[in-house]
Ligand binder design. Sequence first.
Ligand code: SAM
Ligand code: SF4
Length: 321
Amino acid sequence: MKDRYGRSIDYLRISLTDRCNLRCRYCMPDGADFLPHSEILRYEEILRLARAAIDLGIHNFKVTGGEPLVRRGAVEFVEQLKQLPGCGQVTLTTNGVLLEELALPLARAGVDGINVSIDALDPARYAAITGYDVLDKVLRGVQASLAAGIRTKLNCVLLASAEPEIVPLAELAGRWPVDVRFIELMPIGEGSAGGGLPPQRARALLLERWPNLHPVNERRGNGPAHYEASEGLKGRIGWIDAVSHRFCEQCNRLRLTSTGELKPCLCYDASVDLRALLRAGAPDDALRAAIAQAVEHKPAHHCFDQYEEITEHRRMAQIGG
Ligand code: SAM
Ligand code: SF4
């Protein structure tokens, strides 16, 4: 479905939970006041919304959180979502802690791709960033995902304190057939305190190591990443620089929070309350109309460069990153 700026909206990020088994410094360092289960959408409620979205041409989904794999039944949910008539790609974003055990079941469930978040390869620095000493487990999860035949990407948030990690992380694209994507820290939640590493600085470090790194015009997923290649790397290097390189003209997405708010843009607190509709017994056409309303109200662009205009003050884990 097209929005009022002519953008094609065909992608929905679904947050399964606001809970997480890590405490990333830039996301939820002190945990959160987790919501009671009754406030979280049940799987059958999410599937009903997904069917309504598919009817409107929104047929690709990313399952996220919080940490989606900590919610019981997440694999079965992926399978049911994938089986909905008209469903396109179903991919998952995870911190990888539970992936070693769940990669094969996820492959059998039909997942089309998995993004694993990993911001450092030095165990002490990884633990300092995430609050837990589980780097080895995450790396085994990445290998399990590859062994299960799943298209696997690594997502690394660019942190000034992790500058020495940039080249070693990129080297994983030489060791394994994975794309390594660097995400600019966004002023969302704890990220608004700063501490990001500018993407230009990270790229300069990579150019010292791979002087022939060059942009490639490839689409490798449903998101806004742009990619670079080097003969020395099996996978690509990706850049998701939402702040310094605004890509809102190509934005194709909506976000569904775990409590059923449908958000047209990360930057603003505006949302449509789909849970209220679901629980009031709304028919399918009312759900479709509400989703269409969110598309209709999708703003032209975010406002991350003008802090005072940001009205979304929750963390990524609460919104659905
Ligand atoms: N727990 C899963 C994970 O870590 O992949 C899924 C949810 S997490 C909120 C999704 C992504 O958002 C992760 O890659 C995380 O690093 C990123 N993220 C969280 N806060 C961010 C911020 N302020 N700026 C940029 N990326 C952020
Ligand atoms: Fe958890 Fe992901 Fe947030 Fe880290 S970024 S605390 S793994 S939700």
